[in-house]
Write a protein that binds this ligand. Structure first.
Ligand SMILES: [Zn+2]
Length: 353
């Protein structure tokens, strides 16, 4: 399995600039860093960070416009936090340290969360003999019903799991084992949202049970047969990455190279995105069921340390990069593709929802 060491635990990368807090010992500009930091040696990883920073900042500015219209101060504050996420980073001995906003809609923080989840779940899923990838859908709904639909989906799913757990305990049936992720897309043509679940379960029998129960509980009025899917997982790591993408990534990353067909037509529907974030608030997007994770051995976390030799880099949106405060060097040398710039400049839609 690949190592995802380029992404650190967000909690481990926190720094404080004590020089700014006015405490006397640090007015020489020393900083405190915690954790291991992120590795700086892979340039592509660094460029990926710069790309996510660009996408996040542009999209979040539009989200702020959207919430300003409906006057939601709490979300506005969160969006601003994400705008500022990692605006200033420090490098010490080939490692990068930064402060993270940890919001769901931050693609920078989500990629870290993703790497953590992959490292946590892959060893287990790897042991499953014949895992299945399952998609559970219900019909699409207009905005006012999205939150309710999401709650209903999660409730129904946990009832299915609980029922079979009980049966299993009584000795007649199997325990359902897997992970699940909640996702919702927006359809700009019909102005509807389609909250749905993606699962990886341990075998085909579980996949069949879940789909049969799903259809029975929601009835034909709310679900269609062809909307429910079960397919064997051929590449366990890929399947996990796929599901975790749904679980923790909210932006549809406008990767213009991937969608050759709709090239030049994609839009980012930020009002709809804001609605999805709002609806998902308080809900568990990603969860395991039917099993526990083995207790992790306590990891040695390096203590916070005071550092005097470091480089400070500030993000400059015009340069699409972090610039060294002393010598104006660029941190990543990232240059965005013109299609991406075009998408972010001209095709963010703030009205459709
Ligand atoms: Zn962040």
């Amino acid at each position: 399995m690949k190592s995802y060491s380029h992404s650190t635990n967000p909690l481990q990368g926190v720094f404080n600039t004590l020089g700014q807090s006015g405490t006397n010992n640090f007015d020489n500009g020393a900083i405190i860093v915690k954790g291991n930091g992120s590795d700086l040696s892979n340039k592509d990883v660094l460029k990926g960070r710069a790309k996510r920073k660009l996408i996040t900042q542009k999209t979040v500015l539009s989200l702020i416009d959207v919430v300003e219209k409906n006057g939601n101060d709490e979300r506005k504050k969160s969006y601003w936090n994400t705008y500022h996420c990692q605006n200033k980073v420090y490098t010490v001995d080939g490692k990068l340290f930064a402060k993270y906003c940890k919001n769901r809609f931050c693609t920078l923080c989500c990629s870290i969360r993703k790497a953590e989840l992959i490292n946590k779940y892959f060893p287990l899923i790897h042991q499953w003999q014949e895992p299945y990838f399952v998609t559970l859908t219900i019909k699409a709904y207009p905005l006012h019903f999205v939150k309710k639909a999401m709650e209903k989906i999660l409730k129904c799913f946990s009832l299915i799991v609980a029922k079979h757990k009980k049966r299993h305990q009584r000795g007649n049936g199997i325990n359902l084992i897997g992970i699940r992720a909640l996702e919702s897309n927006f359809n700009p043509k019909t102005l509807t949202y389609n909250p749905h679940l993606h699962l990886i379960v341990a075998n085909k029998e579980m996949a069949d049970i879940i789909i049969a129960e799903w259809q029975e509980r929601f009835t034909i009025k709310y679900v269609s047969h062809k909307g429910q899917k079960a397919e064997p997982v051929y590449n366990k790591e890929k399947a996990l990455i796929e599901i975790i993408k749904y679980g923790s990534k909210i932006f549809t990353e406008p990767d213009v190279n991937k969608k050759q067909k709709s090239k030049g037509k994609e839009q980012i529907y930020v009002a709809a995105l804001d609605n999805i974030f709002k609806a998902m608030k308080g809900l568990r997007i990603f969860e395991r069921f039917g099993f526990n994770l083995p207790k992790e051995p306590k990891q040695e976390r390096p203590n916070a340390r005071v550092v005097k030799q470091f480089d400070e880099w500030k993000y400059d949106p015009k340069m699409f990069d972090w610039i060294n405060s002393k010598n104006d060097k660029r941190l990543t040398d990232y240059k965005p593709e013109s299609q991406l710039i075009n998408l972010l400049e001209t095709r963010i839609n703030t009205t459709l929802e």
